[in-house]
Design a protein around this ligand. Structure first.
Ligand SMILES: NC(=O)c1ccc[n+]([C@@H]2O[C@H](COP(=O)([O-])OP(=O)(O)OC[C@H]3O[C@@H](n4cnc5c(N)ncnc54)[C@H](O)[C@@H]3O)[C@@H](O)[C@H]2O)c1
Length: 335
């Protein structure tokens, strides 16, 4: 019989989704961890984790040789500290997005992963959203021809979410939440080589950064793209994403039960659109954890490793820098 993966889970708000992913995959949970006793109690009772497995200091997890894999869902500013310490303690780590808020922290995580030989996965969960997985499949199949333009938006009202660590200038909306849209475009069409962005600040006076940003970008081979991030928008959450190809166009998002595919007929004109049903699963933590576990068992390569996370950080920081400087920025993906 296959040995159970022994796991621990740090940060128990969004991090509860990692517990569900681990339990769903049959893992043995050795510890749950949170600094806040109430969060610890709540998650412990919810998932039936006994008191002796509830800890407030992550170092207890690092020190226990039984623990093989750890999920990290603490504020972004602490990702590097915890992830590096856990990797160096010999644990495989699934770290929430964004991998880091600075290039220095991203490099430190890559170094810790390389030197420890352990896996570091970044939780770019949109790569497991059913509509986006389908979009990736359609683009890769060539059905919409050669892609010439792609855009994605991250529109999410943070009005009640930003009275905490999210109101840090380092945690600009483009890297905090917008990294989902940036990572999705990178996954669908590749790394942007040039970016230019504008920002504005009309909705969230409590944050020290723009609450809306639009970036246009160039990819290789004549491909163009656009990302729009609004963290104060007055609408429901969406990551509406469009991919335009020479033979068709895809329109999808993360919250609708279907996506739309236009393809050209023999006359070169677009047919009636095809409606493709998709499961709505905006935070597919089960699939994400399953991929992490399969990579640990050596059953698949890890696509979203620390270098991949760092490249998304680089693209996001380039957008922010352009919006502040008013200049074109050329991201450097040499990690
Ligand atoms: N993938 C997604 O779509 C998604 C969605 C939400 C949040 N996130 C990410 O998840 C992470 C956590 O976000 P959140 O919304 O749960 O934040 P939160 O502030 O609601 O919760 C963070 C939790 O971590 C605990 N914590 C903080 N520092 C700790 C430490 N050193 N040791 C142990 N516990 C600690 C806090 O007490 C709190 O319970 C962030 O990186 C965020 O960007 C990802």
């Amino acid at each position: 019989m296959e040995q159970k993966l022994v796991t621990a889970h740090i940060g128990l708000k969004f991090g509860m989704s990692h517990i569900e992913g681990a339990l769903g995959g049959g893992a043995e949970i050795a510890y749950i961890c949170d600094r806040d006793p109430e969060a610890l109690r709540f998650a412990g009772e919810r998932y039936g984790i006994p008191e002796e497995k509830r800890v407030s200091d992550y170092r207890k997890i690092a020190e226990d040789p039984r623990v093989q894999a750890v999920t990290v869902a603490v504020p972004d500013q602490q990702h590097a500290e915890l992830t590096c310490a856990l990797l160096r303690a010999g644990k495989h780590v699934l770290c929430e997005k964004p991998l880091a808020l600075t290039r220095e922290d991203a490099r430190a995580i890559i170094r810790a992963a390389d030197e420890s030989g352990r896996l570091c996965m970044v939780g770019q969960i949109c790569r497991f959203t059913p509509a986006f997985e389908k979009a990736k499949e359609i683009v890769a199949s060539g059905e919409i021809g050669e892609v010439y333009f792609a855009e994605s938006e991250y529109a999410h009202d943070y009005m009640y979410l930003v009275d905490n660590w999210r109101a840090d200038p380092l945690r600009h909306g483009v890297i905090g939440g917008g990294c989902h849209a940036v990572d999705l475009l990178r996954w669908l069409v590749g790394d942007p080589t040039e970016v230019f962005a504008y920002g504005t600040h009309k909705l969230l006076p409590q944050v020290p950064y723009d609450d809306a940003t639009v970036a246009v970008m160039k990819f290789g081979d004549g491909v163009m793209g656009k990302v729009f991030v609004s963290t104060g928008c007055k609408r429901d959450y969406t990551m509406r994403t469009l991919v335009y190809g020479t033979k068709g166009t895809l329109i999808c998002d993360n919250t609708s039960p279907s996506m739309t595919l236009f393809t050209a007929g023999e006359d070169g004109m677009a047919h009636e659109p095809e409606t493709i049903p998709v499961q709505v699963n905006n935070h597919n933590a089960a699939r994400e954890f399953a991929v992490f576990a399969e990579a640990i068992r050596g059953e698949r390569p890890l696509e979203t490793d620390a270098r991949e996370g760092a490249k998304t950080v680089e693209a996001c920081l380039s957008i922010i820098e352009s919006s502040v400087s008013g200049r074109v920025v050329y991201p450097d993906y040499d990690f």
